[in-house]
Design a binder for this molecule. Structure first.
Ligand SMILES: NC(=O)C1=CN([C@@H]2O[C@H](COP(=O)(O)OP(=O)(O)OC[C@H]3O[C@@H](n4cnc5c(N)ncnc54)[C@H](OP(=O)(O)O)[C@@H]3O)[C@@H](O)[C@H]2O)C=CC1
Ligand SMILES: O=C(O)[C@@H]1CCC=N1
Length: 281
């Protein structure tokens, strides 16, 4: 990677920039960043990571073989209309924008080009994102490899078909929130059983980290690992009975399904909106 241009300088852009700089994938000065108006953000990113900031599209996009699109879905139309004149055949557009289909991006730009869509999650901030990538038909193998290299600086990467990205969004895109929700419940439960919050926090965090490590390192399935904790007639069995009575597994399944459906609904809505601006061939 000789030069990368980031359009959008928010939290997702910063997580990726941090990964690239920390792992020395590219010289920081060759990471070009733009945003809409936030000067403080420019100063912070330049000072913290040594990246080059500019609001001028020519220096941002000329010679950039990789352009990372990291704006909110509501800003995608304005952004694509402003950059479409700079899109070149050898350029790869890497979009982290949730719900915006590659066909919409090509439609607004009125040209066919290489696009990889990514669905990372916020754990990219600490280098632990579970990211899924989907490439459109124009993307070369070497360009997909570039996208993989980029996202491997902030975690793990899976390759999926574009039509699976809604499921990825429902599972791992939103996933950190489900885990935080569970931790909130455990913290509340600690209060009710008389543990002070500092002690409870430490116990919960280490339990979570330990279980995640077991899942990663042990060849055993989650069900087997669960059974190993559960002594017959013991405490775990008593606790799990309550979870079953409250249909907690079913609730999680419904949660992921509903998040996936919402991702589809939002994607359809954005596609419909953007279709108005697609230039007819
Ligand atoms: N949060 C999550 O869990 C996940 C989010 N995503 C996706 O990542 C994307 C980025 O999210 P996030 O980083 O949180 O967003 P932020 O709101 O933090 O950042 C958005 C950035 O876009 C800039 N921007 C807006 N309009 C333009 C424009 N016309 N030209 C240039 N820059 C512009 C903003 O600039 P300024 O501040 O100056 O207005 C800002 O720097 C979203 O599309 C989201 O769907 C993907 C996976 C997970
Ligand atoms: O909640 C959302 O819509 C976004 C997409 C994935 C995570 N956050």
């Amino acid at each position: 990677m000789k030069k990368i241009a980031f359009i959008g300088a928010g939290s997702m852009a910063e997580a990726i920039i941090s990964g690239l700089v920390t792992q020395r994938v590219i010289q920081p000065a060759n990471i070009f960043v733009t945003n809409k108006r936030n000067d403080d953000r420019f100063n912070y990113l330049a000072e913290q990571y040594g990246v080059t900031t500019t609001r001028s599209l020519q220096p941002l996009l000329q010679d950039a073989d990789l352009v990372v699109l990291a704006v909110k879905p509501k800003d995608i139309l304005e952004t694509m209309q402003s950059i479409k004149g700079y899109i070149r055949e050898e350029m790869l557009l890497l979009s982290v924008v949730a719900g915006v289909h590659t066909s919409s991006l090509e439609g607004i730009a009125n040209k066919q080009f290489s696009i990889v869509r990514a669905m990372p999650n916020t754990s990219a901030t600490v280098g632990k994102s579970a990211t899924a990538l989907a490439a459109n038909g124009h993307t070369k193998e070497s360009q997909l490899q570039t996208a993989i290299t980029l996202f491997e600086t902030v975690g793990t990467v899976a390759i999926v078909e574009e039509n699976q990205l809604d499921a990825v969004t429902g599972l791992s895109g939103s996933g950190p929130a489900y885990i935080y929700y569970l931790v909130e419940a455990l913290e509340r439960s600690a209060e009710t059983i008389g543990l002070d919050s500092q002690t409870a926090k430490q116990l919960i965090l280490q339990t979570l980290l330990g279980a995640a490590d077991m899942l990663q390192k042990s060849p055993k399935t989650p069900a087997v690992l669960r059974k190993e904790v559960t002594s017959p007639g013991g405490t775990t069995e008593a606790g799990l009975k309550e979870l079953q009575a409250h249909q907690v597994q079913e609730a999680f399944i419904a949660c992921v399904q509903e998040a996936t459906e919402q991702s589809k609904r939002m994607g359809d809505q954005i596609s419909k909106e953007l279709a108005k601006y697609v230039v007819p061939q």
